[in-house]
Design a binder for this molecule. Sequence first.
Ligand SMILES: *Cc1c(COP(=O)(O)O)cnc(C)c1O
Length: 298
Amino acid sequence: MQAICYDKVYVQSISLISTSKNITLDVLRLDKLHEVISGNKWFKLQLQIKACKQANKTTIATFGGAYSNHIVATAYACKLEGLQSVGIIRGDEPKQMNHTLQQAQSLGMQLLFVSRSDFSNKEQLKQSFHQDNWYWINEGGYAILGAEGVTDMYHWIDKSYTHVACATGTGTMMAGLIKGAAPHQQVIGITALKGHDSLQEEISHLLTPKETEKPFTIFNAYHFGGYAKHPKTLLDWMNYLYNTYQLPTDIVYTSKMLYGVFNLIESGYFADGSKIMAIHSGGLQGNLSLPKDSLVFA
Ligand SMILES: *Cc1c(COP(=O)(O)O)cnc(C)c1O
């Protein structure tokens, strides 16, 4: 098994041709962190795994959909850390398991399938499945400890940056970036879900009252039709990013986030002298679900 290695992560600078202003854009290549636990998932899990061990529990139980990066990352991280893992999966057990579920299972995760309606009531599920030696992690790693683990990303983001941009699912990564930001650093979140109106509140739940006063902004207009939707305009954009900057992105999160950042730069949102760090949070394995030859990479 491959250990987590911060040395593989680097900052890629993007030379901008789309603006006459003096704006710097860098990309934090967390997709390089690990082949399986890519991007932000490790940061969200690390302190929760520690807490599990400190509580002398032997098993991590968590939730996810059939294509969840969080499920695979949890399975791998648990194996690496000598813990058992259980994944509660939304929907009936398929006859043929997809790549994500097969991978989780081969990493030793026990998969339990529950109906979509049962899946919507997590508290009920926790009560009915719970065992004494289980430590629960929310879907997507959503937790204060999850967000606190994300502050490690400032290892690569120094005070010279004025903005930090990220994609949002549960908002845990964004909450962590807000926690770790210096007072002058504004965090920008680009939503991957359509009509995710509760996000602001969900992020606030992970912050202290003081942290909620820090500058952060959510943009809802770059979801390309909704979660995991990938019209041709998005695939064209991904190919453009790769051809121009050798920057591979994923269809669910990072391509949409960078589209948003470029669009905000072009529309004059950022002041002269802005220095932006965009977080490449990984997820590239999600591109495997595309028909062959959709992308010039992958
Ligand atoms: C899971 C994931 C996200 C979403 O992170 P949240 O903390 O849930 O907002 C963003 N980008 C990638 C690539 C992911 O896999």
